[in-house]
Ligand binder design. Structure first.
Ligand SMILES: NC(=O)c1ccc[n+]([C@@H]2O[C@H](COP(=O)([O-])OP(=O)(O)OC[C@H]3O[C@@H](n4cnc5c(N)ncnc54)[C@H](O)[C@@H]3O)[C@@H](O)[C@H]2O)c1
Length: 312
């Protein structure tokens, strides 16, 4: 199967995530058939689609004509058979309950053509939790969007134990085609990458608040005005580069810092070996000054936009 063989897509579940996922595909030319349990829910979903698209136009992201085209590409139904019959690629975005997802995946497996790829937008479960009975093990995967899915660019693309390379690569390429930023998750892992990283921060924030180290307001303010401010430019690994930590003496570099509980011995060893190389993850150390200037220009734009140009 080639990317060009994916001509029509389906979305099952038209709630908070489903309507935005449908927009992603319809905006970039795919006819979408979306289903949910009742006409009432679908009516609300269509309203959500229209107001999301109006905001895109108001903000100058797309032209009015693109809105009309996008909306007209999305059809709604309560009949799963219709979704199955009209989709080469289906995204499941129903309630996060493994029994419900299991039933749905098994139904779709029976109803869809053998070629159809079925992916889940589950945020916490993995395919082994609910898709183990599905016949087409090679044609199922996960695309984990972040709310609001029609705006946030990143989407984790994860495999189940039987996902074929072909399905995985097609799903990855399809995300690029609809202008998302696909992120490869290489092993089946509950919470994937990003909910785990986000969860680690939340755990620590909750603990610091509960122990009375800071108020909830100061925790929020602190994160947003410091590393949150930097984050559109650098993640937790890239930060190591731009903060110049790779230039620190090895003993200082490898010392475990304030985090508690500290990393496991295995993680400490692996990171120690990496850090002992004394080189950045991403930045060319010969072009360090250029990278810093690029970063600072971006930061200044954000400083102007978020802090200096208007009262917030
Ligand atoms: N909300 C988020 O921020 C977020 C982020 C990433 C992933 N997710 C995941 O996306 C999925 C959907 O979450 P949501 O927030 O959109 O939930 P939601 O409750 O807003 O929407 C789920 C929709 O699925 C419908 N539904 C339930 N069972 C169905 C079935 N058998 N067939 C058809 N429709 C069915 C419901 O009627 C509802 O409209 C979940 O797996 C969730 O974990 C959510």
């Amino acid at each position: 199967m080639e990317l060009t063989d994916i001509k029509k897509v389906g979305v099952v579940g038209a709630g908070t995530m489903g309507f935005g996922i449908a927009i992603n595909f319809a905006l970039w030319g795919y006819p979408v058939v979306m289903s949910d349990l009742s006409d009432e829910i679908l009516k609300q979903s269509r309203k959500n689609i229209k107001s999301a698209m109006s905001l895109f136009v108001e903000e100058g992201l797309i032209a009015r004509q693109q809105t009309d085209d996008t909306v007209s590409r999305i059809t709604m139904t309560t009949d799963l058979v219709e979704v199955a019959a009209n989709s080469d690629f289906i995204t499941e975005a129903i309630v996060e309950r493994s029994q419900d997802k299991r039933e749905l995946f098994n139904k779709l497996d029976k109803l869809c053509s053998p070629q159809t790829i079925i992916v889940s937008n589950t945020s916490g479960l993995v395919l082994s939790d609910f898709a183990s009975d599905v016949g087409r093990q090679d044609k199922i995967a996960v695309t984990h969007y972040f709310a609001p899915p029609h705006i946030v660019p990143g989407v984790e693309v994860a495999k189940g134990p039987g996902t074929s390379e072909e399905t995985y690569n097609l799903t990855y390429e399809l995300m690029k085609k609809i202008k998302k930023v696909p992120i490869r998750v290489l092993k089946e892992m509950p919470g994937y990458l990003l909910n785990r990283i986000q969860g680690a921060m939340s755990r620590e924030a909750n603990r610091l608040w509960a122990e009375g180290v800071a108020s909830a307001e100061d925790i929020e303010l602190g994160v947003r005005s410091t590393f949150g401010f930097r984050m559109p430019h650098e993640g937790p690994l890239g930060h190591y580069d731009l903060a110049g930590m790779w230039k620190w003496p090895a003993d200082v570099r490898t010392r475990s810092r304030q985090s508690e509980p500290g990393p496991s011995a295995e993680v400490t060893k692996k990171l120690g070996e990496r850090w002992a190389q004394g080189k950045p993850w991403f930045v060319d150390s010969e072009k360090f000054d250029e990278a810093i200037e690029k970063r600072d220009r971006e930061y200044i734009q954000r400083l102007k936009e978020l802090y200096w140009s208007q009262e917030k």
